[in-house]
Ligand binder design. Structure first.
Ligand code: DQA
Length: 145
């Protein structure tokens, strides 16, 4: 069982980017923890990060035959991207939306997720654990469906 782990814009800067909000782990640290969890579940993961909306959309489209689901932190595109939402709907793979911070207790513009209505769930506010909880949830969802 293979999943695509997708990270949106500015997440390549984790570790130094506003650590009071996003924590001190780097993206490589988070991917490493996900890889460790993947060996336990077990499942396979493919990782991709981009600052470009179109590249994220292409990654979603290209994984549709190879992957059983998508674990995604769309970052700021959460709040703006109809195109990413449409790509997720188009491929029809289960997607778990994750965020490091609790988007619902931050600025009002972060309260709306355009992705949530096409996701199987949303986990936010748990720091890097959001990713680990999200992968467990996605894995169990696919396993039981
Ligand atoms: C984020 C929350 C978004 O609002 C923000 O634009 C990000 C990161 C999070 O993981 O908390 O870039 O997705």
């Amino acid at each position: 069982m293979k999943f695509l782990v997708l990270h949106g814009p500015n997440l390549n800067l984790l570790g130094t980017r506003e650590p009071g909000i996003y924590g001190s782990l780097t993206l490589a640290d988070i991917n490493g923890q996900l890889a460790q969890l993947a060996t336990e579940l077990p499942c396979e993961l493919m990782f991709f990060q981009s600052n470009c909306e179109g590249e994220l959309i292409t990654a979603i489209q290209n994984c549709r035959d190879e992957c059983r689901g998508i674990l995604m932190n769309p970052a700021a595109y959460t709040h703006t991207s109809i195109a990413i939402r449409d790509a997720l709907s188009a491929v029809g793979l289960p997607c778990m939306e994750v965020h490091l911070s609790n988007i619902h207790r931050r600025e009002p513009f972060r309260h709306v997720s355009l992705i949530a209505p096409v996701a199987i769930g949303q986990i936010c506010g748990c720091g890097h654990d959001s990713y680990l909880l999200g992968l467990r949830g996605l894995f169990n969802y696919v396993k039981n469906s």
